[in-house]
Design a protein around this ligand. Sequence first.
Ligand code: CA
Ligand code: CA
Ligand code: CA
Length: 179
Amino acid sequence: MSDVTTFRYGRTFDLFDVNGNNAIGSDDMAALATGIAQAHNLPDDSAKGRALRDAYRQLWEILRRYADADANGRITRDEFIEAMGNGLSSAGQFTRSLDDAMDAEFAVIDANDDGRIDQAELRAALESAGLTAEEAGVTAGKIDADGDDVVSREEYRAAWTRYYLEGDPEVDMFLGGSR
Ligand SMILES: [Ca+2]
Ligand SMILES: [Ca+2]
Ligand SMILES: [Ca+2]
């Protein structure tokens, strides 16, 4: 596996390993969902909060099934990079599960439920994720790939995938409240 690929999947691993104990567990995936919900002041029992938790629980199940080589319920950095390099990163079940997580996140950011993220909604999300107003403005412009001032579900998915799976250094994205 190339150094670049190893670096890229290592970075994805770091994003998933929320509590920084050098292993991905169900607790990390739950923390991702909770972090996003809390950043948007969503109650735990709200429909959007539940959808988010379900999506990340599903993503965890896929990771556990395909990347937890020694089946101890935790995925080490080596296990993760190995599995991603061996095809998990492009496997249908994994990418569909990622899409579901992105869609659940999209729904959270789309506060007025009109099926698109407008500039105000996007900036609120980026700033709640810890970006400065200036960084949020730059990032918002990159996510809105066609420049029509709204982010479609497809644009959101594409930006997310670019950042997490392709490691495009030009794309500055975030995952909920994790940074
Ligand atoms: Ca962890
Ligand atoms: Ca909206
Ligand atoms: Ca757009």
